[in-house]
Design a protein. Structure first.
Length: 276
């Protein structure tokens, strides 16, 4: 059986999972929103929704329609479909309950809605999932000694509501409105520097986004998008190494390793040992 693996979400964590699976030979496709809100956009395949193509660490994703799915995978690329509700699962010509896997990498941190159809393997990433109840397996996404571990019963750690590491590195929208960026990802920023501003829909309120620390702007929501109050809109890396902005994080690759473990545990692939 050669499964089709559907990854819901194309942000940086989902893209790390996609890279792990693509590099190990699996056929994968990414299902995204009409207007993705990824922060670390340089390492997020979701950018293909806006640009048509997005390359991360040498792997290219392409925005396609469902009828282009097989040809795109055959060309060695990752197809990206605008399909937030995973309606592709209703297409019996493209998916099958016996050979379709779903990885929910949207990181909603709430209990998700049921899938539109049964699948052979459903893996949930992070809070909101309970193995044996609303998915087959859960992969831990919180940093620490359990990061990337696979649970076949129970849940991942609950959402603490606090960012990992120095909380100052995370930029949040002060109120609802439209984000206008004045810096770009990979720029060095100084403490106190204006990075962006959020303008309310009525235009009555404009609030500057000021960098609280110096470092590399590792992520920033796409300029012109609507944001909501307290939404994460940016990420500053105090290590100040510009190369990190083009690399998938260690966390994303660790979670990707957990997903690969879950797949091979449920559907093992055995090979004969070659004696030399």
């Amino acid at each position: 059986m050669i499964p089709l693996i559907l990854i819901r979400g194309g942000g940086d964590l989902a893209s790390g999972v996609a890279l792990r699976l693509h590099r190990t030979g699996y056929k994968i496709a990414i299902l995204e929103l009409e207007k993705p809100l990824a922060v670390r956009r340089t390492v997020s395949f979701s950018e293909a929704v806006y640009e048509g193509l997005q390359t991360v660490e040498g792997v290219t994703a392409r925005l396609v329609s469902a009828d282009q799915l097989q040809d795109t995978m055959g060309a060695g690329e990752i197809p990206v479909l605008v399909d937030p509700n995973a309606n592709i699962l209703r297409n019996q010509f493209l998916t099958s309950p016996r050979s379709t896997f779903v990885i929910d990498a949207r990181l909603l941190k709430i209990v998700p809605e049921p899938l539109a159809a049964d699948v052979a393997l459903h893996i949930g990433l992070g809070p909101g999932f309970s193995a044996g109840e609303n998915c087959h397996a859960v992969v831990e996404t919180r940093r620490g000694h359990t990061l990337g571990r696979v649970y076949w019963s129970g849940s991942a750690q609950s959402d603490s509501g606090q960012p990992e590491g120095d909380p100052r590195r995370v930029l949040r929208a002060p109120h609802e409105g439209v984000l206008n960026a004045f810096s770009k990802i990979s720029d060095h920023v100084e403490e106190g520097q204006k990075i962006a501003e959020v303008e309310s829909k009525t235009g009555s309120q404009i609030t500057e986004i000021i960098s609280p620390i110096k470092g590399i702007l590792r992520g920033l929501v796409r300029s012109g998008l609507e944001v909501t109050e307290r939404m994460k809109i940016g990420d500053i890396d105090p290590r100040d190494d510009v190369s990190f902005s083009a690399l998938v994080s260690d966390k994303a690759l660790s979670v990707g390793g957990g997903v690969l473990e879950a797949i091979l545990t449920r559907f093992p692939v055995y090979s004969e040992t070659v004696e030399i």
